[in-house]
Design a protein around this ligand. Structure first.
Ligand code: PLP
Length: 427
């Protein structure tokens, strides 16, 4: 089939706008009549820097990112950020404690034995990373932090499974979250791609206090970035792999509050971290090294940044009120699909609780006839015959999942809603 005949609802990598791909295909062969394709140009060239700077500016414009935040392009995906966020923010935590205990910053190794002992004790007793676990991706992030630093330093502040019969599908009430005092970070996943659970708002418990001080909030927005307005100023780090709402797989974007990117001179050295018994971050995952080099510490795929940049330009052209415009469309599409599912409760069951339903990953079971395995097989086959593909749920949970990312058009969502209705009504 041609691209026009297929609407692909896969969870990622996801569809990209055809017009962007056509332009990118040309750029891959011969970029701006330079006689070289974009994947062949040096990442040290002015071309590369311009592409990076434009993509940063357009992302900042679309999401309304304040000036005291930096935007980094990194490798290693969302998974790389599970490690990176822990490494960097533990480093910042240790640097802050060292300053508090040693007094004014002094040269490395200058701490007296008693001070070093105090720092050692602080790490042992007080270093905590808080995780709110609402699905398989936040669970993975917490597991990575525990792998790097030991379970003792990971505080599972909430786990949906503990209050929902062992299953995901809800967000535990904020009043029950067991947050640590002075945590190195508080982590949550804004949209759980596998489980279809989305935070509808910024968590009240994590709001900054009136004096501006607040917890170090880290959010994984891999699967809902660019689809809703976000109060960036409440976050310390927002990260997302590009491959759902922004561009092809291969680049990961980090939006980070600049005052968290401690210069190397203020970070605990590898020797000190070793002395404290803490993991040492690989340089490629260190925000400081990436930020200082405008994301060009090492060879970056400029071609991927280019495609992401073109998607952003298209979004800016399409929506005069920027991400709010896209948010309205995302809601309209999700309402259509959920509406069709809810209209036939004898045939479909939406998996997560109504209050936390994701607009991006719509997870449901097809229960027609009682045997969902047979019904789902049938559902996928008939959907494919109408050009609606990629609807299988994640292999770990089964069922059906319609990923309703930005590049699914309103018409695509309408087609799916129609199919959901027709399938339910068929004898
Ligand atoms: N976080 C979320 C919410 C995801 O959906 C995914 C992948 O689907 C990841 C993290 C992992 O991303 P990556 O495959 O880029 O490592």
């Amino acid at each position: 089939p041609s691209r026009d005949e297929v609407t692909y609802f896969g969870a990622g990598p996801a569809l990209l706008p055809t017009s962007v791909l056509e332009k990118a295909a040309q750029a891959l062969v011969n970029y701006n009549n330079t006689g070289l394709g974009l994947a062949e140009h040096s990442h040290r060239s002015e071309i590369a820097n311009t592409i990076i700077n434009e993509a940063k500016a357009d992302l900042a414009a679309f999401l309304d990112i304040p000036d005291d935040y930096d935007i980094l392009f990194m490798s290693a995906g969302g998974t790389g950020q599970f490690s990176s966020t822990a490494y960097n923010l533990v480093g910042t935590w240790v640097a802050n404690r060292r300053r508090r205990i040693f007094g004014t910053p002094r040269e490395e190794g200058d701490g007296k034995p008693a001070e070093m002992q105090q720092l050692h004790d602080a790490v042992e007793n007080d270093l905590k990373m808080d995780y709110i676990i609402t699905g398989s991706w936040s669970a993975k992030a917490a597991a990575e932090a525990a792998r790097l630093y030991g379970q003792d330093h990971v505080n599972v502040a909430a786990d949906a499974r503990l209050v929902n019969n062992g299953k995901f599908g809800i967000i535990p009430d904020e009043s029950t979250w067991k947050l640590s005092e002075d945590a190195a970070l508080v982590y949550y996943c804004a949209n759980e791609t596998v489980d279809g659970v989305e935070f509808q708002d910024f968590p009240q418990r994590l709001l900054p206090k009136p004096n501006g001080q607040g917890p170090i909030v880290v959010a994984d927005m891999s699967s809902n970035i660019l689809s809703r307005k976000i109060p960036v100023k409440n976050f310390s780090v927002i990260f997302f792999g590009a491959q759902k709402n922004l561009g092809p797989a291969g680049i990961t974007v980090v939006i980070i509050k600049k005052n968290l990117i401690a210069p190397v001179s203020e970070q605990p050295s590898a020797a000190m971290m070793r002395h404290l018994g803490l993991a040492i971050p690989p340089i490629i995952l260190q925000y400081d090294s990436i930020a200082k080099n405008n994301s060009l510490y090492n060879t970056l795929s400029i071609f991927d940044v280019y495609i992401a940049g073109q998607v952003l330009k298209k979004l800016l052209d399409t929506y005069p009120d920027k991400v709010s415009g896209q948010e309205a469309v995302a809601k309209q599409k999700a309402d259509l699909i959920y509406g069709a599912l809810d209209a036939h409760p004898d045939v479909y069951r939406v998996v997560p609780d109504k209050s936390v339903r994701s607009r991006m990953n719509i997870c449901f079971r097809v229960t027609k006839g009682g045997d969902s395995e047979t019904a789902e097989k049938d559902f996928f086959a008939q959907a494919a015959a109408r050009g609606l593909t990629g609807l299988k749920g994640h292999r770990s949970v089964g069922g059906a999942r319609a990923s309703n990312y930005n590049s699914i058009s309103l018409e695509g969502a309408q087609k799916l809603a129609q199919f959901i209705t027709d399938f339910a009504k068929a004898p």
